[in-house]
Design a protein around this ligand. Sequence first.
Ligand code: PMP
Length: 384
Amino acid sequence: YKWFIAAASLATAGSLYSAFVASRKLSKLAPPKEGVADLIGNTPMVKLESLSNSTGCEIYAKLELCNPGGSAKDRVALGIVRAAERKGLLRPGMPDIVFEGTSGSTGISIATICNALGYKAHISLPDDTSEEKLALLESLGAQINKVRPAGIVDPEQYVNAAQRACNDLNSSQEVNSQGVFADQFENDANWRVHYEGTGPEIYKQMDGCMDVFIAGCGTGGTISGVAKYLREKLGDKLTVVLADPQGSGFYNRVKHGVMYDQVEQEGTRRRHQVDTIVEGIGLNRVTHNFSQGEAFIDDAVRVTDSQAIRMAKFLSVNDGFFIGSSTAINAVAAVKVAKHLPPGSKIVIIACDSGSRHLSKFWKAAKQIDPRISLQEVLDSPRS
Ligand code: PMP
């Protein structure tokens, strides 16, 4: 009987303890949000175990792919819309339209935010944009304007086409709507959302203790905004590293201070000569958003498309982390940087979007890679 009492007490204590642990976990859940736009930001951070164990450094990823529209661009789209509302360019409750020229995640985020806040999205893009992105934009109900691929100085180029479509709407007397051109490359709202949101979140999540921040550059908004904030907080203790894909001009701009026109020439070569599997980063011009943070970028690392493809497979197999191409570039850069750091150093990379955005090109190549690939083989892989 005594044994029975002892066993029953133990069982009760055990279930009370489990209930206590479960309630502690539940108490960490955030209360309901007011709407989808309120879900943007406060993204989680995760330690990449396989890379950390192999390098002796602690490598963390800031999961921007957890935003409701699937990427960091949700923050930018919301920032641009709110700034336009403050200037009276978008009027809540009116059928106003946000125009943008983009073949990437920004269009998806603009369409998502417009749906959430009652506006319309009008997206101009090159007619060779991948089927999956087009399908996503169509599913979100964006108006789509397909133009032929063209260089930035060509009036037919998709960013120029978006600006023109916006001007046409605003000069028309007949319609009730007014439009705003989002202009993510030049718009200050872009780097600001990262300075006010992404940067402070990273600092808090790392308890103010980190050595290196790594990101790529498309518009430059992420690296500029986050680097500016972290530099203010951490000073010279922090090293900011640009992860640049092969052929992009930013690497030589940061490393060797080449002039802007050389950046343009190199980046244009990347567009035309390299089979660019990595998307979203490595542009061919120095944008306003890049120049806002350029002074805070200490170093640059060049990564090949082939290294990125192999890294994506490595992280999927070893960590269950299914990433897009620009995130893979950042992860390769982190391993390269870790080789020169004392053990235990803390590196944070941006995980911009998930592999599901990149099935038709990047993951078509990545899924062919042998799942037993080692980290050394990821780094040793040749240029594609
Ligand atoms: N990754 C992906 C997938 C992107 O679409 C972009 C933006 N084009 C970036 C990274 C780079 O971010 P940013 O524009 O802030 O430089």
